[in-house]
Design a protein around this ligand. Structure first.
Ligand code: ADP
Ligand code: CDP
Length: 209
């Protein structure tokens, strides 16, 4: 499951995994965890060389339970801290560093193993799981995505949220290494006018096809 921020990847993936009794992996949480560690270490995030040189140091452990996705860095539970605005605004710069992607993609492939899992992110259909049985590219209008995120966080106006998301979308779609794009064989689902339950039902229908 790939798509931009607020398109519904996490909620839809968790719902689908629950319905099918599958595991669930939030790869965005791993990039957020790497960013949390870099900031804590005082690494200069304007220096891709410094990020690349140190990204092998943190031990990032990600759970796969759709009912309670867990994420730890060096044994510290970072599920809460990685959602803070400071991380959200810094993560795309860290995720653009090729060494970071190589390390996290290798970890993600290890977790995926022989399958039985719903994986969500930005490069799942293109890089992490190109052989996936079902590939979905979720979209929604910029307004709908900003409205959803702002309702969820309750701490910013829709307009501020839309600007922040547009900035991140640009970074994620224009980076040189593995930018966000629709994978070969992916089905695009525009969720702008759909409820969460409708999207989950549609994905389950595609899986059953
Ligand atoms: P993503 O993982 O793509 O950033 P999320 O799954 O976190 O998106 O969804 C962002 C917010 O929008 C959540 O609060 C979620 O409940 C809500 N949401 C997701 N899909 C829909 C939908 N189809 N209709 C309305 N709200 C949705
Ligand atoms: O929840 P939201 O969609 O806002 O973001 P996320 O899934 O937590 O991902 C955070 C950031 O990590 C994205 O903006 C990307 O920069 C990066 N990311 C990535 O590059 N590749 C992935 N497979 C997943 C996330």
């Amino acid at each position: 499951m790939d798509g931009p921020s607020g398109s519904g990847k996490s909620s839809v993936s968790r719902g689908v995994a629950r319905a099918l009794g599958l595991r669930y992996l939030d790869t965005g949480a791993m990039y957020r965890a790497m960013t949390w560690w870099m900031l804590r270490q005082g690494v200069d995030l304007d220096d891709p060389g410094a990020i690349g040189a140190r990204c092998g140091e943190p031990l990032i452990v990600s759970g796969t339970d759709p009912d309670g996705p867990a994420i730890h860095v060096d044994g510290i539970d970072v599920a809460g801290p990685i959602r803070q605005a400071e991380i959200t605004s810094a993560v795309s710069a860290v995720a653009a560093v090729p060494e970071v992607r190589a390390r996290l993609v290798a970890l993600q492939r290890e977790i995926v193993g022989s399958g039985g899992i719903v994986v969500e992110g930005r490069d799942i259909g293109t890089v992490v799981c190109p052989g996936a049985d079902v590939k979905i590219y979720l979209t929604a209008s910029a307004e709908a995505r900003a409205q959803r995120r702002s309702a969820e966080l309750g701490d910013s106006t829709v307009r501020a949220q839309q600007e922040a998301m547009a900035r991140r979308d640009t970074l994620d779609t224009t980076r040189k290494t593995d930018p966000l794009l629709m994978a070969d064989g992916a089905v695009e689902l525009d969720t702008t006018a759909m409820s969460l339950d409708e999207v989950i039902a549609e994905v389950l229908r595609l899986v059953a096809e």
